[in-house]
Every structure is written in structure tokens, then in C-alpha cells.
Ligand binder design. Structure first.
Ligand SMILES: Nc1ncnc2c1ncn2[C@@H]1O[C@H](COP(=O)(O)OP(=O)(O)OP(=O)(O)O)[C@@H](O)[C@H]1O
Ligand SMILES: [Mg+2]
Length: 436
């Protein structure tokens, strides 16, 4: 029905803000594309340029292969749903959904049929006579969706449509929205800052940072082979462990990755070893997700890291242990503009931490909502603090069975799945071969 292509699209606002920086993105017909990134990274601006509500400063927006830069919004065949959906308060649900059809001059009988179809698909068939004030938040959002869908747009643009809803309802509507758009075959661009939402809903995810597109791929691709350190840090819960490692090459034998007092060895026959070997004598970042780590007995042979539990988090279905392994963690700055944090800048750091906490309050999304244990705040600061790639003692996140018989201070050893490691250079680019 509709394809979207962005070619080197840039948006500089009048005040000089560079909101979108040379973004190239193709959305195929019927695809569910999710634009993901933190607040202020330019997601809404991209969406608004596709809708025609904002003009690109340079670059081209193509709809169905045709240049659309000068096409008025009405002629783009798009429907948009926002976070702050506005329903007409004096109209019933029925009239709200039917409104675009009335504008389009559709006769009442046909309108009735279309509204009934859409309402039943959205599970609001029984509240058609009510006014918006008599609906729950979730029902109101469904009505807003219904009003957008009923016109049968070729392209659906949704800007954080679920962020005002509680997490249970959000999960439910997530599944409904992706189910519905796929059933209708409507090309959809969906904006969210919630990585869990993105990974569960998307055919492909496009991850943005400070106006720049960082990575595009299926959820499996961007999660499994993140293009940059930033993408690696942004996706997944718990977040990927990112450790500073020194590289030392033992030619034709192995490459040593030194993590504090401990080391891991990449065998020479591992195809990734050659790429990492280029960094002989330098420091790189090694990424390991919790699923790459398995607790083992301390005297186990092989690729094992020894640590001590600093604290535990219980999530009901699992517990997470955070291990001190005497290594250094690399902290990825979420917004990217701040300088490196130093102890002297602690005061400012704290103030920013407060702002960041406010910005991210209630935004962790999905499963990780109950993460804020006694140490939750500290951990959030690690990931959202604006210092650029700064360092701190590593707390290695390890998955355990629920409520394990261990506690803080206990020693713990973990086996590392070497084939599941990720490597990044100091600029945050993936060190890899066989690039996807
Ligand atoms: N009209 C405007 N004039 C100047 N700057 C703007 C304007 N609209 C947005 N910006 C800036 O452009 C950048 C990108 O904004 P945008 O709304 O696209 O971000 P976003 O990713 O949608 O964030 P959020 O998740 O908070 O909605 C921000 O720095 C924002 O302050
Ligand atoms: Mg936005």
C-alpha cells in the first residue's frame, strides 16, 4: 500500500537545534517499523516530516517512491496517532470514529458498517454510545486508534500512543496494535523510547541517538549484533554488561582479554579473534549479556570469571545477582553531550542525575518495572548519566533462579559463553567480521 524512504533527511530548527541528522531509512510495504531512542533524539521530528507536519531542512522524503517533500499532509494518505490523543468530548465513541468518514462524505450506512468493524476489531463495540469522559484510558486510546484506522490509511504513524497507559494495559494494547496493523497490512511507523516495546512489536527497529540513526534491523539482529556500543547498552533487560578489556595477542595461539585482575582467552581459531587482535596493546569494550553468563562452581575449568555478589534484585520469575569481579565497566552516555564525569563534578553530576531520573521516571517499561530495588537508582544512573563513556567498577549482572540461597557478599563464579561476547572499539563501533 505504501512505502516510505528517507534520503539524507536533516532537520535544523529555527533556533539552530539539529534534531535529525542525515537519516536514511526505508520502510517497506506493510512493514511495522519502530523508531526507538531516548527523549529528544529526534523520533517525533522524523515522524512529523513523514506526515508532512514539518519540512526537512535538506534531504528527501519519498512516499511510494515519489518525492513527497512538497506534498501537503492531507494528500499523503497517512493517519497519525499521538500520545496525547484528543477525542471530541461532545461526540459519542461512534461519532468520534465515524468523523473522518463523515468528512470524506461517506454515506451513513457505509459509515456505520466501517465503524462497527473497526470497533469490534479493537474490542470497543460495546461502548459505541458512550462519551469519551465515560471511558477508561485504554478505551479512549482504542477509540483514537479506531478513528485513525477507519479511513484505511496507507500509512500509519504512531507517536508513543501507549505511554500514558499503565504497564498491564500497555502490554495488552501492544499485541493488539501490532496484530491489527499486520492484519490490515498497513505500513506503520511507530515511535517509542521503550526498548521492550520496540523488540516485541517491530518487524524492524531503527535506533536513534541525538538525531543520528545508529542501527536498523530486525529485533534479533539489533539485539544479537548491535552495531554500536550505544545500541548494545540500550537494548535488553538487564542491560548488557560492558567491560573495559586490554587486548594482548599471543600470535597463532590466542588473544588475552584482561578484565582487571582476571582474563578471558579468545582462541586463535575463533573468526572474531583476528579482528580483535588488531587492538593489540589497546583497550576495547567487551559486552556480555546476562544470558552469556552461567553460575558454576568456583573451581570449574574454562572461561570462568570469579566474583563476589554485591547485591541481588528479585523479579519474581528470576533473580539478578550483581557481581564485583574487580573489572571496570564502561558507562554509555544516553544523551551523548556531556563531558566525562570526574569526582569534582559530582555536584553537577548529582543535579543531572536528578533531571535524568525525572525524565526516565516510570519509563523503564514492561518487565523491568519492578527493578527499582534498593540499588535500582544507582544502576539507572550508570546507564542514563550524561557523562560520555565514563568508567566505574563493574557490577556484572547474572541471572539466577528466583530467590536463590545466596546473599550479598557470597563468592560466585560464572562461566562465560565466549561465542556470545560483543566487542566495541573506543569510539563505540562494533569490532566484528562478517558484518550482517
Ligand atoms: N519546534 C522546535 N524548535 C526547536 N527545537 C525543537 C522543536 N521541536 C523539537 N525540537 C528539538 O529537537 C530535538 C528532537 O525533538 P523530538 O521531539 O523529535 O524528540 P523525541 O525523540 O520525539 O523525544 P521524546 O521522546 O521526548 O518525545 C530535541 O532536542 C527538541 O528539543
Ligand atoms: Mg517525541
Amino acid at each position: 500500500m505504501t512505502t516510505v524512504a528517507l534520503k539524507d533527511v536533516t532537520k535544523v530548527f529555527k533556533d539552530g537545534t539539529l534534531a535529525v541528522d542525515k537519516v536514511n531509512l526505508d520502510v517497506t510495504d506493510g512493514e511495522f517499523m519502530v523508531l526507538l531512542g531516548p527523549s529528544g533524539c529526534g523520533k517525533s521530528t522524523v515522524l512529523r516530516m513523514v506526515a508532512g507536519l514539518e519540512d526537512p531542512t535538506s534531504g528527501a522524503v519519498l512516499l511510494n517512491g515519489e518525492l513527497a517533500n512538497d506534498l501537503p499532509p492531507r494528500e499523503r494518505g497517512v493517519a497519525m496517532v499521538f500520545q496525547d490523543f484528543a477525542l471530541y468530548p461532545h461526540m459519542s465513541v461512534n461519532e468520534n470514529i465515524a468523523f473522518p468518514l463523515r468528512l470524506a462524505g461517506l454515506e451513513p450506512d457505509r459509515r456505520g458498517e466501517r465503524v462497527a468493524d473497526v470497533a469490534s476489531a479493537l474490542g470497543i463495540g460495546d461502548v459505541l454510545a458512550r462519551k469519551p469522559s465515560q471511558l477508561s484510558g485504554g478505551q479512549r486510546q482504542r477509540v483514537a486508534m479506531g478513528r485513525a484506522i477507519v479511513r484505511r490509511p496507507g500509512l500509519f504513524l504512531m507517536d508513543e500512543p501507549l505511554s500514558n497507559l499503565d504497564s498491564g494495559l500497555r502490554a495488552e494494547l501492544r499485541a493488539e496494535i501490532s496484530g491489527l496493523t499486520r492484519e490490515l497490512g498497513v505500513t506503520t511507523v511507530y515511535v517509542t523510547h521503550d526498548q521492550a516495546e520496540a523488540l516485541t512489536m517491530a518487524d524492524r527497529v531503527a535506533i536513534m541517538r541525538k538525531g543520528v540513526l545508529q542501527d536498523v534491523g530486525t529485533p534479533t539482529q539489533v539485539y544479537g549484533r548491535p552495531a554500536t556500543l550505544y545500541v548494545a547498552a540500550f537494548l535488553g533487560s538487564p542491560r548488557m554488561n560492558l567491560l573495559e578489556a586490554s587486548v594482548y595477542v599471543h600470535l597463532d595461539r590466542y588473544v588475552t582479554l584482561t578484565l582487571g585482575e582476571q582474563a578471558l582467552y579468545l582462541p586463535w581459531n575463533d573468526i572474531r579473534t583476528r579482528a580483535v587482535a588488531h587492538y593489540h596493546g589497546e583497550r576495547i569494550v567487551v559486552g556480555m549479556r546476562a544470558e552469556a553468563l552461567t553460575p558454576v562452581s568456583p573451581d570449574s575449568p574454562g572461561d570462568v570469571l570469579q566474583g563476589r555478589i554485591r547485591y541481588l534484585e528479585h523479579h519474581g520469575h528470576e533473580s539478578l545477582a550483581f557481581l564485583d569481579i574487580g573489572a571496570t565497566a564502561v558507562v554509555v552516555d544516553e544523551m551523548g553531550s556531556g563531558p566525562v564525569e570526574t569526582p569534582e563534578s559530582g555536584q553537577r553530576g548529582l543535579r543531572r542525575f536528578g533531571q535524568v531520573m525525572q525524565r526516565f521516571a516510570g519509563r523503564s517499561g514492561g518487565e523491568n518495572e519492578d527493578e527499582d530495588g534498593p540499588r535500582g537508582g544507582t544502576r539507572t544512573s550508570v546507564l542514563h548519566d550524561p557523562g560520555r563513556h565514563h568508567r566505574r567498577p563493574a557490577e556484572l549482572a547474572v541471572r539466577l533462579a528466583p530467590y536463590p540461597a545466596v546473599s550479598s557478599g557470597h563468592p560466585m563464579a560464572v562461566q562465560v559463553r565466549m561465542d556470545a561476547l560483543h566487542f566495541f572499539d573506543e569510539r563505540g563501533d562494533r569490532i566484528d567480521v562478517g558484518w550482517r
